[in-house]
Design a protein around this ligand. Structure first.
Ligand SMILES: C[S@@+](CC[C@H](N)C(=O)[O-])C[C@H]1O[C@@H](n2cnc3c(N)ncnc32)[C@H](O)[C@@H]1O
Length: 216
């Protein structure tokens, strides 16, 4: 008998989670801690253009919005973007623009960014090298990349039946970033997600990798 193929967490999966996303206090706290880590890694300025890739409902961009210029918030889930658009409207935010975009499938935007950040999305993107190259191509010279994601784990975070990367080994991800053209690679531990597993409570650390494209 063939084993059941692993499930991909596609846009329909995230559409179904979008309305309840912000009710999870762990997601809220994780975003605040990642925002703090981005502030430590990057001297933020009001004239910086930014891309939040895999933005979900915008939990990471909301705490950063008053320290940045125009922010493009991209996600492949229409449901997430609908919730985000409502929040932008409710709060009268002027510098955040949602866009439906999967950079591995769609043409990249024409604009370039001073900062790209992405939270808990890289493990959902099948081709890590390709997305790193695309991020590099979307940055202005000297631009900053900040990736928050899981440290390498045994697959128990999502379950072995789910087709995602099982976190990332820091040194290896750093080497992949260098191969994509990045320099000044640095890592911070920013958060730990506690989950109840059959074997008891498990902690899953979350890192922030920061990197830069070469100055002109
Ligand atoms: C775990 S959620 C994180 C959401 C948000 N960054 C946060 O920290 O609350 C992952 C997000 O990545 C989006 N995503 C997954 N694959 C994507 C892709 N290839 N392109 C764009 N967004 C993607 C999902 O729709 C989802 O909103």
């Amino acid at each position: 008998m063939n084993p059941t193929p692993p499930t991909r967490l596609d846009a329909a999966h995230f559409d179904s989670k979008a309305r309840q996303w912000d009710e999870n206090p762990v997601f809220q706290e994780r975003a605040r801690k990642i925002a703090d880590a981005i502030r430590r890694a990057v001297p933020l300025r009001r004239d910086m253009s930014a891309l939040d890739y895999g933005c979900g409902t915008g939990l990471l961009s909301f705490p950063l919005k008053d320290e940045l210029g125009a922010i493009l918030l991209a996600d492949s889930s229409r449901g997430m973007l609908d919730v985000l658009a409502e929040k932008i409207s409710q709060h009268g935010v002027r510098n955040m623009t949602p866009v439906l975009l999967d950079l591995l499938a769609d043409p990249p935007p024409a604009q370039r960014f001073d900062l790209i950040y992405t939270s808990m999305t890289l493990h959902h993107v099948p081709d890590t090298d390709a997305i790193l190259r695309i991020f590099h191509g979307l940055l202005n010279p000297g631009g900053h990349l900040c990736i928050a994601d899981l440290d390498q784990e045994d697959g128990s975070f999502h379950g072995l039946d789910v087709d995602v990367h099982h976190g990332f080994e820091r040194a290896e991800l750093g080497e992949r970033a260098v191969a994509a053209g990045f320099q000044a690679i640095d890592f911070q531990t920013v958060f730990s997600i506690e989950k109840e597993q059959e074997t008891g409570k498990r902690d899953y650390p979350v890192f922030l990798m920061s990197a830069r494209s070469a100055a002109a």
